[in-house]
Every structure is written in C-alpha cells, then in structure tokens.
Ligand binder design. Structure first.
Ligand code: SAT
Ligand code: MN
Length: 676
C-alpha cells in the first residue's frame, strides 16, 4: 500500500477503530506517544493552523486491506490452518509497541525495569534459551543440496509433520502479521518479509531488530518479492486458559526451525527465543539469504561491518566473520587505544554485500538492532554496547536486582543484596561478578535487544541505502597456538581458503569430553549453522564471485587471531599473548595501510605478515612487546599439522562439492611450508 493511499497525508484524518469520530483533542492526547503523529501535531501548532484541522486517522489495517495478492492469500491460508482468536496487522508504531509490552507485563511475562527507561526483562523456560541446531533443518528437495553440515528432512515429510503441529496451534492467541524490511527501507540491497507470529515478544523484538510496520507495504507494493516466515510458539490455549506468567513454547522434540530453500520459505514452530523466532535474523538474513545471494550473485554473510578512520581522516570499511565467543560485537564497537584512530559500527552480526556500479563490493547491515549476549559485557569489554542498551531495550534471561536493574556475570561489578535469577528464584548475590558453572544468575546466553541507532559509535552512514564500500574482510577464531596475530591472503581464492578453514580450538572450558581438547572445531566463514545450502557449493560461490570481479577492486582478505596463549608466562593476564579489545586497533591500522598498498608486509609461506616494526606498539605493556615476535612468526611445524588436519579431517567432508581451487591452495601452502 502506498503511503497516504487512503487520501491525504498520513495521519491527517480521524478514523478510529469502529468508525466513530472522536474529538481530535482526545485522539491527539491518546497518541502523544506515537512520535509520527505527534510530530504532525507539533508541526500544525507551529504553523499556527487551527487545531480542528488536525483530524488524525488511525488506519487499523486488517488482512483484507493487504494489497499484495500473494501475501494476502498466504496470510489467509495460515489463519485458516493456525486458527488464531484474532489477527492483527502490525503497524510498527510506538503506541502499538507500548500496548503489546503492557500486555506482556500484565500477563506476568515481562518486568519493567525501574532503573532503566522503557526497558523490560523477560524470562524464558530452561528448554528455550538459545538456538537449537539439532532442530534446525534445511529442507531442500535433495539431501545433497543441504550438504554435510546441515540437518535435513524431506520437505514433503517435514511439511506434513509441521502442518499437523500448526493446525489449531494459535487457539487462544492473536496472530500478528509483521511486514518487515531487512536493510534500509528502499535500499537496492534490502529485502522484504512477512512474519506471522503468535508471540508478542517476537513482535516487540522484531520492532527493534528490523524496520517493521506499515511503512513496509509501499515497498512490497502489489507484487513485490517477499519471504514468507511463519512462526508459532507451539502452545495453543484452551478456552479461558492463559500462560499464567510462563514463557510459552513447545518441548524440544516438537521444535522445528525449518528453511525450504527452493521456495525461500521459513516455518518455525515451538520456540520463542532469539534466532529460532525472530525470523528476520538467522533464518532469513542468513539461511534463506545465502540461497538468494547464490542465485543472484552476491554475498550474505555472518559478518560485522565496521568503519575505520585513520588520523588523517581517511575512511575504510571492514567486514569480519568470527565464530561465536570470539568478540565479534566487541570488535564492531571497539574503542581504539592508538591515538587518532576511530572505529564506528555499521553492523555487529550480518552483512549483505553486492557489487556497486563502480565494481566495488558494498555492504549493508540488514538489521536495525543488536541482539547481543549480555554476560561478559562490561564497561571494560564493551562500553558502547552497554550504552546502546541503557533505554528502550528488551532484556531476556538476565538477573533482576533489588533496585530494578539487570545484572549478569562479567558485568564488571558484584551485585548487592538479593537477585532474582533467570529462572525466577530469589538468591543472595555473590561478592564477585562470576558464578560457579550451572549456578549463574543470568543465563550464559542471556541477551539484550537494543536499537542500533542508540549505539554511541554508530556510523553516520550505517543506513546508507547503497551500502558502504568494503576494503577488507577479516576471518578469525580462537586459536591458542599455530595461527599468528595477523596474516593476509595472497589472492581472493587464498582468502576463500582462509575463510574455509576458520575454527576455534576446543578447550576444557568448551567441552566435557577430554579427548576433544586441542582439536579444532571448524566453522567455515563462521557460517556453519547459518548456511542454507551445501557448504562446498558455498565455497564455490565465493570463488565464482571473485572470478567475475575486477581483481583490483575486490576487498583484501585477512586472518586474525587475538587468542594466542602461553600458559607458562605468568606475566600475561589469562595467559593471553595479545591484549585484545581496544588494542586490536593496532592490527586494524596495519590492515588499513595494507589496503593502500603501503610497504609494511613480508611474504611468508602462509601469506603476507607485518614487517618488523610495522605494527604500532606505542603504549603496549612490555610483556606484550616481548611476546609479539612469537605471535608474528610462522609456526612451520604447527602449520604442517594444520594442513594435515584440513586434508584428512576437514575437506573430505565436502566430497565432490569441494572446489578444486581450494585443494590447489592447500597443496601450494604445503609446498611452501616444506620449502621453509
Ligand atoms: O539467537 S540468535 O540466533 O539470534 C543469536 C545466535 O545464537 O547467534
Ligand atoms: Mn551471530
């Protein structure tokens, strides 16, 4: 629907629900919280127009008002199957957000936080605290197209099972129709979706995480492209039954997070949490978008986007893919320790990259908010994330303090008095900001959902419709040994190779199986659980994208490792040989200059590495200066083992889908190591 299609300017006529004409003063007062209408009202006063001209119309849109025949038919079909008590088309207004949040508070599902403006805390059930990879399916027609790294069920079988679950699943609930846009509205890179959900929590989160609401209709028009996303918490209510303040969801065996790649279709059932339920995020912006990107020749990636400015005021944009627990959000919001440099955030999780007319690769952040992990976020590790989540934020599974604030492990200070933990139990706080494993007050995957525009270091051009031109792509993982602080790929395909071998070493902290410790859990391109098709074909797609491009205009590719360890060196905090956090700006500065072709690198068997003295170490603690040569050299024996592991354990998984270009790079690496 085009803006203003009902005649006149939007918000210029009073037509409340039910058709009665209210006194416009009353309506204006009722909608003071709706900034859009409020602005019109203020403008009117400013222009001195008589108040009676301000007839405000609330367009309570219904399904029958949907002008896009495909969307309308799909919504009607889902209504018939799910049998909700009501259907509401989400308008995305502040008034609607407040109304739905109040509904959650009244139902005992959300707690307003006295200490934070317009912030609320939700607690989920222990069976619904994170994405469930074992219940996530790529339901392509052929199993081979889902590949060796995805769970697969035949689409005919899966649809039959899920239709059985969906039938009548919204009894006692409202179905919300959320029109949303991934990316800046109207951007040539943006894509549109419709999520149907029976969860108010999902509507509220989608409001923050995407551009959602009535503004979207004009972009989908009457026949535009869109991705259907059906979601239910999977907990129908009997007559008069309520949730009784308990987070609604289904048990684990009945959770299904399903992607049908050939149809660009998402069906999710049984979970209300994060990426299982906010379908714009991992399901659409990654799993389905990777499929669309392959069809259309662009890249949908699990990458942060940052804007880097040097002391001369020159700007470059960098994307980066890191497996979870490698500090991706922290890097996106980094505060440099080297003078004159600035990092600003464009995105912290997902990048969609397309070639511009000038032949360069441009990226947008398809999201509008941060769904960040709370535990470990402190003024020291990520002050900017804390400030982003100071107001208008939804907290999930954090602990509640006596003064109505949130608390979590690693927040940087101990809590006082009593805390209500994420399970709703009141316990005495500990005199430290850590808790024994399993006894955490905040769930380790507790989250904040905060509007990106509240981030103090958000880049002014983060919503640029054409995207930002990318100069460098980073890959990284937690590698206590072997992988140096930074090295640069010799070519695009060498960079694809580096992306394909991304992984983190399994430590005693991340496994209960002692035999696994020291092995590398590979997470190619950090996209393993988010790739909507065969990972081998995904590698090939990256190679094909590079082959078609002007080589000089392609971003340079780097592998970074902030996590080298020397447990025997007692000077090093945590045994880490590199300080990380703000000091990673030193590496970013070297990368910046590399993109300009500065003579600051040496060729090594594994790629290009900093020349002696090329990395800025001013102000770095002496014990780090001492360990630096060790993390800037090639560990030839370690890399030979790496090659063996890739050849024997990693690459064979992809069988005939493994691009021959990658085997050639592996052979070349081995030959160079043998000569070293
Ligand atoms: O729950 S999300 O998928 O959005 C976040 C994550 O697990 O990476
Ligand atoms: Mn992520």
């Amino acid at each position: 629907m085009a803006e203003g299609e009902f005649g006149g300017q939007k918000g210029s006529e009073v037509r409340p629900q039910g058709g009665q004409v209210y006194n416009s003063n009353l309506i204006i007062a009722l909608y003071l919280k709706n900034h859009y209408i409020y602005n019109w009202y203020i403008l009117g006063l400013f222009l001195g127009r008589p108040e009676k001209d301000y007839h405000i119309k609330e367009f309570l849109m219904t399904v029958s008002d949907i002008k896009h025949a495909g969307i309308k038919a799909w919504v009607e079909e889902c209504v018939k199957m799910c049998e909700p008590d009501n259907v509401v088309v989400v308008d995305g207004s502040t008034a609607e957000y407040d109304r739905l949040m109040k509904k959650c508070v009244d139902a005992g599902l959300a707690t307003p936080l006295k200490a934070k403006e317009n912030c609320f805390l939700f607690r989920s059930l222990p069976s619904d605290v994170a994405r469930v990879e074992s219940r996530t399916f790529i339901s392509s027609k052929k199993e081979e197209d889902a590949g060796p790294t995805n769970h697969w069920i035949d689409p005919v079988e899966l649809k039959a099972t899920m239709k059985g679950l969906y039938t009548g699943c919204m009894h006692g609930r409202t179905m919300y129709v959320i029109p949303f846009c991934m990316g800046p509205l109207g951007s040539p890179i943006a894509k549109y979706g419709i999520e149907l959900t029976d969860s108010e929590y999902v509507v509220l989160n989608m409001d923050i995480m995407t551009r959602a609401g009535e503004k979207v209709w004009q972009y989908v028009g009457t026949d535009g492209d869109w991705v259907p996303c059906l979601h239910s918490v999977g907990k129908p209510l009997n007559n008069g039954e309520t949730d009784g303040g308990i987070w609604p969801c289904a048990d684990v065996e009945h959770k299904y997070i399903s992607q049908f790649p050939e149809e660009h279709l998402i069906w999710s059932y049984g979970s209300g949490y994060g990426g299982n339920a906010l379908l714009g995020k991992k399901c659409f912006a990654l799993r389905i978008a990777t499929v669309i990107a392959r069809e259309e020749g662009w890249l949908a990636e699990h990458m942060l986007i940052l804007k880097l400015t040097n002391p001369k005021g020159e700007v470059k944009y960098v994307t980066g893919a890191f497996p979870s627990a490698c500090g991706k959000t922290n890097l996106a919001m980094l505060i440099p320790t080297i003078p004159g440099w600035k990092v600003e955030t464009v995105g912290d999780d997902i990048a969609w990259m397309k070639f511009g007319k000038d032949g360069r690769l441009y990226a947008i952040n398809p999201e509008a908010g941060f769904f960040g992990v709370a535990p470990g976020t402190s003024a020291e590790s990520n002050k900017n994330a804390l400030i982003s989540a100071e107001k208008n934020t939804i907290y999930t599974n954090c602990a509640l303090t006596e003064d109505g604030d949130v608390w979590w492990e690693g927040i940087g200070y101990p809590a006082k008095g009593k805390l209500v933990d994420w399970k709703g139990n009141t316990r005495d706080a500990l005199p430290k900001d850590k808790s024994p494993k399993g006894e955490e007050f905040a769930h380790p995957n507790a989250r904040f959902t905060a509007p990106a525009k509240q981030c103090p270091c958000i880049a002014s051009d983060w919503e640029s419709p054409e995207g930002v031109p990318i100069s460098a792509i980073l890959f990284g993982g937690r590698r206590p040994s072997t992988v140096p602080l930074v090295h640069q790929a010799r070519s695009w395909n060498h960079g694809v190779f580096l992306g394909s071998i991304v992984g983190s070493e399994i430590t005693a902290a991340s496994t209960i199986n002692a035999a696994e410790v020291g092995k590398i859990r590979r997470d190619p391109f950090a996209i393993l659980p988010f790739c909507g098709y065969n990972m081998g074909d995904y590698f090939q797609h990256w190679i094909d994208v590079g082959a078609k491009a002007d080589q000089d205009k392609l971003p340079k590719i780097f592998y970074v490792n902030w996590f080298r360890k020397d447990e025997n060196n007692k000077d090093l905090p945590g045994g880490f040989m590199w300080p990380g956090y703000g000091d990673n700006s030193r590496v970013l500065a070297w990368i910046f200059d590399r993109c300009d072709g500065v003579d600051n690198a040496v060729d090594t068997p594994i790629g290009l590495m900093p020349k002696d003295g090329a990395l800025n170490t001013d102000g770095l603690a002496d014990y780090y200066k001492k360990t630096l040569p060790e993390i800037l050299k090639v560990d030839v024996e370690g890399w030979k083992k790496e090659v063996k592991d890739i050849r024997e354990n990693h690459y064979p998984k992809f069988g005939k889908h493994l691009p021959k270009e990658l085997t050639a790079i592996l052979d070349d690496l081995e030959a160079r190591l043998n000569k070293a």
